[in-house]
Design a protein around this ligand. Sequence first.
Ligand SMILES: NC(=O)c1ccc[n+]([C@@H]2O[C@H](COP(=O)([O-])OP(=O)(O)OC[C@H]3O[C@@H](n4cnc5c(N)ncnc54)[C@H](OP(=O)(O)O)[C@@H]3O)[C@@H](O)[C@H]2O)c1
Length: 288
Amino acid sequence: MWILGCGYVGQRLARHYLGAGQSLVALTRTPASCQALIAAGIPAQARDLAVAPLGDLAWAGEAVFHLAPPPAEGVEDRLTRHLVTAFRQTGHPRRLVYMSTTGVYGDCGGDWVDETRPTAPAVPRAWRRWDAEETLRAWSRESGAELVILRVAGIYGPDRLPLERLRQGLPLAREEDSPWSNRIHVDDLVSACVAAMARGVPGAVYNACDGHPSTMTDYFLRVADLAGIPRPPLLPLDEAAGKLSPGMLSYLAESRRLSNRRLREELGLRLRYPDLASGLPTCLPTLP
Ligand SMILES: NC(=O)c1ccc[n+]([C@@H]2O[C@H](COP(=O)([O-])OP(=O)(O)OC[C@H]3O[C@@H](n4cnc5c(N)ncnc54)[C@H](OP(=O)(O)O)[C@@H]3O)[C@@H](O)[C@H]2O)c1
């Protein structure tokens, strides 16, 4: 088994499989991350999947998790294209689970969205994800390798809360201007990955989210309250806009409520944390 892109989610996934006696290799981009994984007992190699020669990697016939994000520029995912070229040269994995994002749906005006919704990526980071999905779908058709795609909502968990932003007191859009947004607890995401690898239908896409959308503002205020950080100022969107990062503004421009029916009923995942009220308190022990 291979875990390509072994960061916050990948390390938890690796620990799950190693604990179950499964051997695996994790890949990261930088030697520093690689050393940290090895020190944590996770077998790892450092390789830049976007550019490095990959011909010596023995993933033919293996199960592969692809969790590496696209490079930060352009409208194509050079990394996934490079990876598929390497598969053609070295031999194809048996099954690949790809971690995509819900950004590929674009702005849905607050509609409920399931996996049958046509994709409509609207910003470069979403185009790159869509390109990665399309590249992998074409590769799967051509090679016969099994592909399962998870479209993942905002990930939260221990050590993955917006505490720094909250401490800075940066403003948020007031509740009535804040778009719908969707989350998943990292533990449930790891379970979704394991289920997708074990029994995901080849070719299927699953939304990986808790099924209880809230607004971006609601999420930040809940975290602030739990962490004992003063609530930030809430402003009308046009006023807040001048004070928000371009990244945050691009998230505020999209609103959708994601259904996880397929994840629960077809993939058979039982979520431990079906909403923020149940999930956020589990992130508290590591709060300073
Ligand atoms: N954050 C969210 O809310 C969210 C939502 C939906 C989907 N996702 C996606 O879910 C995936 C997993 O998320 P995460 O939070 O676990 O990400 P993460 O903590 O940032 O880890 C990313 C991993 O990918 C590696 N990587 C990046 N570029 C690489 C390259 N060119 N070659 C090889 N390895 C590379 C990194 O290695 P180095 O540490 O050495 O750089 C790191 O091990 C990512 O694709 C992320 O974009 C995230």
